[in-house]
Design a protein around this ligand. Structure first.
Ligand code: ATP
Length: 280
């Protein structure tokens, strides 16, 4: 097969590992997620590569946010919610009995739709809130350095460096979201999950977050849920498309692959219909 033929084969890339799971940082296998008796997600298997952005897309109710929350064990916070199947991170079972979910949530941070800084806390204290919750103690100088590093990594430092002691509520929505990303970074997570992080933001703030996401993948594995297909195409390396056939039905993974390929040459008609706006 020539390289051109390989590239035109959905999902096949030159130099790709023999198995799609070979280079996975997160390995989701046969995952079903339930809320009580309701199965919200059915039998999802997908690798999530390290130091890359993976976008989860699909119509409302197909289980994108549910899948995201299973990745840091926030799903089970809902009474009656549970999972079947396995999720391994770097080969370690995330749901093994000896694993502490609180530790998982430190290692796998999350940024939500609406920026949720602690409004009365200062900007600096917001960034340090995570490490302090993990009972980390630092000297004033070490705290200042940690806050600066996280704010720089979140592309917010220049805008706030003269008002670190001021309240977080004084920031714009886009700045608050970058503050929340700084807060997530400050606990040195391995993975950052983002659930529609730009849905409450204006286009300029959205652009700033998108640029930041592209930079974050240098150091982190990023998984993002987005309704905005242009955004998925702009920021992600891999796209996973989910769908749901009706009310009461579970969401299912339709296809997953290189983002450019999924958008230009989807393997499934359902994906093509969705990305071309004919469905959902
Ligand atoms: N806390 C909950 N209790 C019961 N059912 C829930 C709960 N959260 C979500 N669900 C249901 O699980 C299914 C998947 O929801 P989920 O929010 O994961 O979908 P989604 O694809 O992220 O949707 P959207 O794009 O609208 O945010 C839906 O049928 C939803 O009603």
């Amino acid at each position: 097969m020539t390289t051109t033929e390989m590239l035109s084969e959905p999902g096949v890339q030159p130099g790709a590992p023999a198995s799609q799971f070979d280079d996975a940082r997160i390995d989701v296998r046969n995952l079903s997620a339930y809320y009580g008796k309701f199965r919200a997600l059915d039998d999802v298997s997908m690798p999530i590569a390290s130091n890359a952005v993976t976008a989860l897309i699909g119509p409302s109710g197909c289980g994108k946010s549910t899948l995201l929350r299973t990745l840091n064990r926030m799903h089970e916070v809902v009474p009656g919610a549970r999972v079947e199947g396995t999720i391994a991170v770097d080969g370690n079972d995330l749901y093994a009995p000896e694993v502490d979910p609180v530790d998982v949530r430190r290692r796998i941070g999350m940024v939500f739709q609406r920026p949720n800084p602690f409004p009365t806390m200062s900007i600096r204290e917001n960034v340090l809130a995570g490490p302090r919750l993990n009972s980390k103690r630092f000297s004033a100088a070490a705290g200042a350095e940690r806050a600066e590093d996280a704010l720089r990594a979140a592309n917010l430092w220049d805008e706030v460096k003269d008002r670190l002691g001021g309240p977080a509520s004084g920031l714009s929505g886009g700045q608050q979201q970058r503050l929340c990303i700084a807060r997530a970074i400050a606990v040195s997570p391995e993975v950052i999950l983002m659930d529609e992080p730009c849905s409450a933001l204006d286009p300029i703030s959205t652009l700033a977050i998108e640029e930041l996401i592209s930079e974050l993948k240098r150091n982190y594995t990023v998984v993002i849920v987005t309704h905005n297909m242009q955004q998925a195409a702009r920021v992600s390396d891999t796209t996973a498309f989910f769908t749901v056939s009706g009310t009461g039905e579970p969401g299912r993974l339709v296809e997953r692959g290189d983002t450019a390929r999924v958008f230009s040459n989807p393997a499934e008609k359902r994906t093509e219909d969705y990305i071309s706006g004919r469905f959902g």
